[in-house]
Structures are given as C-alpha cells and as structure tokens.
Design a protein around this ligand. Structure first.
Ligand code: NAD
Length: 259
C-alpha cells in the first residue's frame, strides 16, 4: 500500500462482508466512506470499530439502486475527503423468498437487478469518471475498483435464479470496466465469495452447516467476512497489479472440480 492515505468507498459496509473489507482497508491506511441503508444508530458501532483502526470515516446513508442517492453520496465524499481512490461494490441482497424459477416473480427479479447489478454498474461509471479526472491532474493517482460477486456467478441455484443472474452480470461488468479503464491505470477486480457467515446466510445457516459437514467444501469451515476483507486488501494494496479483470475465488474450494 502506498504511504499516502487513500480513500475507499465500500458499499454495504454497515455489517457483514462489507464491514470485514472496510476493516482490512482501514488497517492498510485507507480512510473509509461507508455506504449503507441503515439509520446512523444501527451502524454506530461499526463506524467506531473503523475509527479505532485509524481511519477517518464518513457515513453515507444511501441506497445504491437510487441514482440521486448515488450522486449525493459522491458529492459528500468529494466535500469531505476531496478525492476517491478505491470503490468496493459490495452491497447486495438475496431474494426475499427463495422461489423455484418455475414460480419466481418479476418483482423480485427487478429488485435484485437494480440493487445487485444496475446500482453498482452506474456507481462504477460515476466513480470511474471521477478517478479519470483525478489521474488527469495527478499522474501518481492510485485508483482501484473491486466488485463482490459470488460463486453464484457460475454455480446455478434454481431456487434463486435472479440472484445468480445478477452476480453473473457483475462478473461481466468487472470485465467491461477492466477493459475500459486499463488505459487509465485503474485495475478492476472481482471477488467471488463462497458460503460466508453473515446476516445474509442466517436464514439458511442449518442447511449450509449440514452441507459443509457432508463435504461441500475442500476447506470444511464457514467463510468469514475477514476472509473476503483480506483478499480485498491484497487487491487494493496492488499485490495483483498485473491481473486486471480477474476473479479471485474465496470459497474454501467449493467450486474446485472434484471426483
Ligand atoms: P449482509 O446482508 O450481511 O450485508 C449487506 C449489507 O448491504 C447490509 O448492511 C445492507 O444493509 C447493505 N445493503 C443492502 N442493500 C443495499 C442498498 N440498496 N444500498 C446500500 N446498501 C445496501 O450480506 P453479506 O453476506 O455481507 O453480503 C455482502 C455481499 O457479498 C453481497 O453482495 C452478497 O451478494 C455477497 N455474497 C455474500 C455471500 C455470503 O455467503 N454471505 C456469498 C457470496 C456473495
């Protein structure tokens, strides 16, 4: 990580994987803009934990699927920090109901596309334009974008098809933005988490615990937000500087083909 402090925006960092990533970036001398939809009171402890790691922390209550909220958030970051080096598109949701694709609704499909794909895609567009401007003014500018997709980008779960399609879209978005931003020296990466213990997996904790016990994973334990955070810190630090557009699997070997 360069000596100068950098500014990282992590969406959905009020808890779970996003908070794990924000903690690892704060430990690497990043100041952090936390984006989430929760009221201030709910994220108070999370922000405090980040401040204890030495980060200047700005909380932006914003819904990534709302275009106005996204531009207001970037304006606040500009006002507070003056710049932005890192965008981590982490905020995402599972379907409210896991429904067979023979029955699942268009409403749920649209909700997931807006939050998991369209929001991050256009947040990336705005952040990328800002990063290009910053680089135009300072050739030492150090920018980086990380998308949190999922093993569901390639593993088909017919009980949550809309989630899988949204994450496959994030995977293509990673490649598109990597291809477009290469000339500006801004790498774009993707992390594909496996089964991570967070509020998102709470409703299926017993199901996954049983699958893990039965051999689902090569490394037979739940993943934790820190597992994703450490991979994110590695990418932001520049340890994989010549690998733009790549997806890093953090899945305990779930997608390793085995016989
Ligand atoms: P989580 O539900 O614990 O945390 C997600 C955070 O994002 C929450 O704080 C939530 O309020 C916030 N958020 C939701 N919608 C938002 C919106 N519209 N705008 C801004 N913030 C919003 O979930 P998590 O497990 O930490 O998941 C984080 C990311 O990792 C998601 O994109 C998820 O799809 C992905 N992922 C999770 C797992 C897993 O097993 N938990 C596996 C693969 C991928």
């Amino acid at each position: 990580m360069p000596n100068k402090k950098r500014v990282a925006l992590v969406t959905g960092a009020g808890r779970g994987i996003g908070l794990g990533i924000a903690q690892c970036l704060a430990a690497e001398r990043c100041d952090i803009a936390v984006c989430d939809i929760h009221q201030d009171e709910i994220v108070k402890d999370a922000l405090e934990r980040l401040r204890k790691l030495g980060a200047d922390v700005l909380y932006c209550r914003a819904d990534v699927s709302d275009a106005n909220a996204r531009s207001e958030m970037l304006a606040r970051i500009r006002e507070h920090f003056g710049g932005l080096n890192v965008l981590v598109n982490n905020a995402g949701v599972a379907p409210k109901v896991r429904a067979d694709i023979l029955e699942a609704t268009e409403e749920s499909f649209e909700r997931l596309m807006r939050i998991n794909l369209q929001g991050p895609y256009f947040l990336t567009q705005a952040a990328a334009n800002w990063m290009i401007d910053q680089r135009g003014q300072d050739d030492q500018f150090d920018g980086c974008i990380v998308n949190i997709s999922s093993i569901s980008a390639t593993v088909a779960s017919p009980s949550r098809g809309e989630y899988c399609i949204s994450k496959a879209g994030v995977s293509m978005a990673t490649q598109l933005w990597a291809a477009r931003l290469g000339e500006f020296g801004i790498p774009v990466y993707e992390i594909r988490p496996g089964v991570i213990k967070t509020d998102m997996t709470r409703p299926v904790v017993e199901k996954y615990a049983k699958l893990i016990a039965e051999g689902l994973l090569v490394q037979p334990r739940w993943g934790f937000p820190q597992d994703i955070g450490r991979a994110g810190a590695m990418l932001v630090r520049g340890d994989c500087a010549y690998s733009t557009g790549q997806a890093i699997m953090v899945d305990g070997g779930l997608t390793l083909p085995r016989l």
